[in-house]
Structure formats: structure tokens, C-alpha cells
Design a protein around this ligand. Structure first.
Ligand code: HEC
Ligand code: HEC
Length: 306
């Protein structure tokens, strides 16, 4: 179905199309149907170019005219069968969405048995299967690469899925839950509660946790503030808590960055990383369960190679 903003445009387009076809036909009939009468000689039209190039008023060759009429028959048939004439849907009722849907259905039906086979195996087994990995990679490129990158190595705020360092956990079931239901990391803002100086102190304590260069006096003051405000999520030793997605602050892996300026920004303003729930994205697609299974297996396999 065409989408015109107003019914007028449908009529406008239809009228122009029909008038053009009829007009072309009338023009051809009136100007080119002339045949030479027996014995009649084509006349010379007065001008001559390039010395000896003459213009005669011979009628058009019949085969050429025939082609012209054929294009008209074609356009009439086409406009009758397929959409093209304003809002008229065409006798065949074809739509691009309909064609897309039937192609998707055909593809899903083709993959159904293959998917069903993988669904019976556990995620770790599927992860080791090269065919499953190839399908998983395609699914990943379709649904995940815009955030995690086509090589799954992530970017600032989007975790690297290949490094075996996990915010929420890297066992097959947890990965599957992450993908299926999504995750929302909530790091509250501390700018107001701690003030600029307090934030700086706690930042230097965080820097010290992973052995980064830091100011020992500031870090010592920050340690108390960390114990008061941060341990509930990041644990007393700073190693984080997967149930909340609170990152380990003692390692060299940073979700947002480990420089002093970035950590100050994180602590002052807070962070809210959101991993969308794929059940919503996959919607009512058939094979949804199998796709989630294959995606989980693909992600699980990424860090198992290392
Ligand atoms: C709109 C962007 C976006 C898309 C699309 C997306 N993700 Fe994520 N994903 C995130 C963000 C952001 C996080 C981190 C959430 C947080 O900060 O708590 C995340 C976290 C994850 C995690 C948890 C990593 C860990 O360390 O525990 C996994 C696994 C994951 N994504 C897999 C996927 C897969 C598989 C897909 C595709 C089916 C996908 N993601 C699509 C943004 C996205
Ligand atoms: C309510 C739980 C909670 C509390 C309390 C909390 N955090 Fe966080 N923190 C998180 C979560 C969850 C994330 C990950 C945010 C995301 O995924 O977007 C995070 C992220 C961070 C990061 C970013 C790490 C990286 O890899 O880039 C730093 C730094 C940090 N927190 C420090 C602190 C400090 C310092 C405090 C105390 C002043 C604190 N957090 C208090 C839950 C918490």
C-alpha cells in the first residue's frame, strides 16, 4: 500500500499516469501510422547536413513501432496486476511487506530443524560446535554488534565480551539470563553527598585499588569514605558484586575508564549502563528460544578460547 498524505495525491498520480499512456498511444497513432502508398516515394525534407546527410520522411519501421506498443501493453498489465496506480493495490495484492514476511517464514521453516537440534544441547556443547558458532556470529552481528562491536570487544560503557571478565557473571546460564532479560547497572551519583574534595579522595583510593598512580594522603582519606558509601555494592575489598553488576575495581578492566578524570566523572555523576532485554527485541519471532540459546553459546564461546 502506498502512503499518500492526502487522497488527492493518489488521484493526481493516477490521472497523470493514465493520461500519459493514452496520450502516447494517440500520439503514435496520429503521427506514425502513415504508410507509403504503393509507388509513393519518400519526400526529401529540405535541410541537408554535413555535406550529404539527407532527411527523408520515411515512416517508422514496423518492428520499432511494435516495440513501442508493447511497452504500453506492458505498463497497462503491470499497473493492473501490481501496485503503482495511486492507492490501487493491484489485482495480485502484492506488497513488499508481504513478500518479506513470506521470505522470513520460509527461512524460519528451513532453520527450524537445525535450531531444534541445538536447543536440545546445553550451551557449553553448542558453543563448541563450529556450525552453531557461525549462526551465533550472524545473530550477534544482527542484534548486538551496534553496541558491543562486530568483534564483541566492546567500547566505553559497553563491556568487552571476549575477555572473561564479567560484570554479571560468565557461566552459560547467567549469560543467557543477561541476554534474555537485559541488565541495568545503577551506580548512584555521589557528587552532592561527598563534595568535590570527597570525590577526589575516594577517586585516589579507587586508583590505589588497582595499583595505579595515586596520592597516598588523598587515598587514605578516601578509604574511609569508600568504607562508608561504596562497600555495599563494590564489597569491602573493592572486588565488586556480580548480582548488582558492580564492577571489580581492583583489576585492570574498566567499563568507563580508569583515568583520574574519568573516575571522578563516574563517581560525581553516576552511571547507568543498560543492556536491553532481547526477548523484546526478538519479539514474537519464531525460533526465539533457539536464537537466545545460540547467542548465549556464541558469547560464552568467545571467552572460552583464551
Ligand atoms: C543498546 C546497546 C546494546 C545492545 C544492542 C546489546 N547490548 Fe549487551 N550490553 C550493553 C551494555 C550497556 C551492557 C552493560 C550493562 C551495564 O553497564 O550494567 C551490556 C552487557 C552485556 C553482557 C554482560 C557482560 C558482563 O560483563 O556481564 C552481555 C553478556 C551482553 N551484553 C551480551 C549482549 C548480546 C549477546 C547482545 C545481542 C543479542 C547484546 N548484548 C546487545 C549494551 C547492549
Ligand atoms: C548501589 C550500588 C553501588 C554503590 C553504592 C556504588 N557503586 Fe560504583 N558502580 C555500581 C554499578 C552497578 C556500576 C556499574 C555501572 C554501569 O554498569 O553502568 C558501578 C561503577 C563504578 C565505577 C566504574 C568502574 C569502571 O569499570 O569504569 C566506579 C569507579 C565506581 N563504581 C566507584 C564507586 C565508588 C567510589 C562508590 C562509593 C562512593 C560507588 N561506586 C558506590 C554500583 C554501585
Amino acid at each position: 500500500m502506498s502512503d499518500f498524505t492526502h487522497g488527492f495525491w493518489s488521484i493526481y498520480i493516477s490521472v497523470i499516469t493514465v493520461v500519459s499512456i493514452i496520450g502516447t498511444w494517440i500520439f503514435l497513432r496520429s503521427h506514425t501510422s502513415r504508410k507509403l502508398a504503393p509507388g509513393e516515394k519518400p519526400e526529401l525534407i529540405e535541410h541537408t547536413w554535413d555535406g550529404d546527410l539527407q532527411d527523408l520522411n520515411n515512416p517508422l519501421p514496423r518492428w520499432w513501432l511494435g516495440l513501442f506498443y508493447a511497452t504500453m501493453v506492458f505498463s497497462v498489465a503491470y499497473l493492473a496486476l501490481w501496485p503503482g496506480l495511486g492507492n490501487f493495490a493491484g489485482i495480485l495484492g502484492w506488497t513488499s511487506t508481504g513478500q518479506y514476511e513470506s521470505e522470513v517464514q520460509a527461512a524460519e521453516a528451513r532453520f527450524q530443524p537445525i535450531y531444534a537440534g541445538f536447543l536440545k544441547q546445553d550451551i557449553a556443547t553448542v558453543a563448541a560446535d563450529p556450525d552453531a558458532r557461525a549462526i551465533g556470529k550472524n545473530l550477534f552481528l544482527t542484534y548486538c554488534s551496534q553496541c558491543h562491536g562486530s568483534n564483541a570487544a566492546g567500547a566505553r560503557g559497553f563491556p568487552d565480551l571476549t575477555d572473561n571478565d564479567w560484570l554479571y557473571g560468565g557461566d552459560p546460564d547467567t549469560i543467557r539470563t543477561t541476554i534474555t532479560s537485559g541488565r541495568a547497572g545503577v551506580m548512584p551519583p555521589w557528587g552532592e553527598a561527598l563534595g568535590a574534595d570527597g570525590v577526589k579522595q575516594v577517586t585516589h583510593y579507587v586508583l590505589s585499588l588497582s595499583g595505579r598512580q595515586h596520592d597516598a594522603t588523598l587515598a587514605a582519606a578516601g578509604k574511609t569514605k569508600f568504607a562508608e558509601n561504596c562497600v555495599a555494592c563494590h564489597m569491602p575489598d573493592g572486588t565488586g558484586m556480580q548480582a548488582l553488576g558492580a564492577p571489580n575495581l581492583t583489576d585492570k578492566v574498566w567499563l568507563y575508564g580508569g583515568s583520574e578524570a574519568t573516575i571522578i566523572e563516574t563517581i560525581t555523576k553516576g552511571r547507568n549502563g543498560v543492556m536491553p532485554a532481547m526477548t523484546q527485541t526478538l519479539g514474537t519471532t519464531s525460533n526465539k528460544e533457539a536464537k537466545l540459546h545460540l547467542l548465549a553459546a556464541y558469547v560464552y564461546g568467545l571467552s572460552q578460547k583464551q
